[in-house]
Design a protein around this ligand. Sequence first.
Ligand code: FAD
Length: 489
Amino acid sequence: MSPRPSPSPNRNPFLAAGLDPSTITATDTALVWLKRDLRLADHAPLSAAQGFSRALAVFIIEPAWLASPECDASHVAFALDCVEDLRQQGLPVLVRFGEAVAVLQALRTEHGVTHLLSHEETGPCWTWERDKAVAAWCRAQGVPWAEFAQTGVVRRLRSRNGWAGRWQARMDAPQHGAVTGLPCPADLAVHALPRLGELGLPPHGKPLQAAGERAGRQTLDSFLRHRGSDYRRSLSSPLTAENGCSRLSPHLAFGTLSMRTVHQATEARIAALSASPQASDRAFAHALRGFAGRLRWHCHFMQKLEDEPAIEWRNFARSADGLRPGDEGVPMVAADEERLAAWREGRTGFPMVDACMRSLRATGWLNFRMRALLVSFAAYHLWLHWRAPGLFLARQFLDFEAGIHWSQMQMQSGTTGINTLRIYSPTKQLQDHDPQRVFVRRWVPEWGTDAYPAPVVDERVAAQAAKERMYGLRKTQDARDSLQRDLFE
Ligand SMILES: Cc1cc2nc3c(=O)[nH]c(=O)nc-3n(C[C@H](O)[C@H](O)[C@H](O)COP(=O)(O)OP(=O)(O)OC[C@H]3O[C@@H](n4cnc5c(N)ncnc54)[C@H](O)[C@@H]3O)c2cc1C
C-alpha cells in the first residue's frame, strides 16, 4: 500500500497542514470535513475555517464505513449523537450519506467549495483507500486539502528515534480556542439526523456511554476531580475499573476531546495535587501519572498502524504465518468454528471469560486486563488466529481504534515475535479479580447450575500445548522478524 501524502514539518499548524492564510481570498469557501474529531475545542480545521469569509462543516456517513467488518450500529449511533451535540452547541453540521468523493463533489457544486480542511486519520484500510481517492479528487479539482495532525501520530515517520519528544512537544503546544460558529452560507439547509433504520442498520440495543463533547468534558472532569484517585489499583478488576478507569476511550476515539486537551488537563491536575501538603492528594497525583502514561500509549500504538497498515490483517512476525486456524491458508474446521462461536457467545464454560464477553456485548466496554484475557483465551486455549476474534471485538468495543486494537490483538496473541508471551489463566484471573464471584453472578446467572456449559477445553492441557507451540516458534524465528522489532519496542 503506498503511503499517504504528508505535510511538511513546519511549526505553524496552518502552514504545516499546507494552508497559507495569506493566499485566502474573499471569494474562497472552506469545507471542514469532520471525521473522528467531533468537537469545537482544540480543533485546527474549524479554527482555520474562521479565516475564510464563507465556511461550512460536513459529517459524511460513508457506505464504505457501514460496510466495513469493524463497524457496528453502536459506533454510528455514538457518532450521530456527537454531531447532535455540536449542533446544539451552535455549529450547523451538514450530514450527508455517500462515498466521500461524491459528497465532496456535490458540496463543491452546491456551495462553491474551494478549500478542504480536515484532520489526518489513521484508520482501517478503507480509510486509506478513501483518502487516496479524495487526494486525487482534490488534485483534479484544484482544491487544496489541508490536513492537520490531531494526535501524536507522525505521518511519514522515517525513524522512531525522538518520537516521544515530538509527542511531548505536540501535547504541550497551545490549544486552539473553542470555535463558537462558522461564517456559513445563508441558504445552508441543515436537516434532521438520519435514524439508524434509515441507514439500513439494526438497533444496537446497548446503553451507550453519553456521547458528545460536553459529555466528554464531564467524564474528564469527574475522573480528574475524584474518580481517578485510585486509578492504578482499580485498573485490573472489571468491578473497580468500571468507575475507576477514565472511561474516556470512546471520546478519544471519536475525538470529542483532543488528546492535547486531556493531556494538559491531566498535567495541570497532577501539578496541583503534587503541590498539596496532604498525602492523599500526592497519592492521587501518583495515580494520575499512571493514567498520563497511557495517553502516550494511545498514540504509540496508532503510530504502528500508520507506519505499517498491513498489521490489520498480517502477522507482525511473518514466522507466525499459518500458525493457527483462521490464518491465511489455514482454513478453520467445524471444531474451530464451534470454539469461536462459544467464545463469541459467552458460553465457553469458563465463568470469567463468559462474564467478560457478556458484559462487553451488553455495554460496549471492558477494561484492559479483561480484554487481554478474552484475546489470550481465544489465541492460546482455543488456538484461534486473531483476525476473526479481532473483527468481532472491534464491533463490540464502542471505542474501536484500529491502531490500538490490531496492535493489541497481535501482542496478546503472541504474533509480534518480540513481546513476552502472556498466557492468562482464566481460573487465576477469576480468583484474583472476582474472588466473591460478584461479576460472574451478575453476567452469568446460570453459573454453578446444570444449565451452565462444561468447559470447551481442558485449561491445563490447552495452555501447555499452546506454550509448547509458541516456544517452538520462537526458536525458529528468522531474520525477517527482527527487521520489525523497532515497531513493537
Ligand atoms: C485486545 C485489546 C484491544 C483493545 N482495543 C482498543 C480499542 O479499540 N480502542 C481503545 O481505545 N483501546 C483499546 N484497548 C486498550 C484499552 O483496553 C482501552 O483503551 C481501555 O480499556 C479504555 O478504557 P478507559 O478509557 O477507561 O482507559 P484508561 O485506563 O482510563 O486509559 C485512558 C486512555 O489511555 C489509552 N489507553 C489505555 N490503555 C491503553 C493501551 N493498553 N494501549 C493503548 N492505549 C491505551 C486509551 O486511549 C484510554 O482511553 C485494547 C486493549 C486490548 C487488550
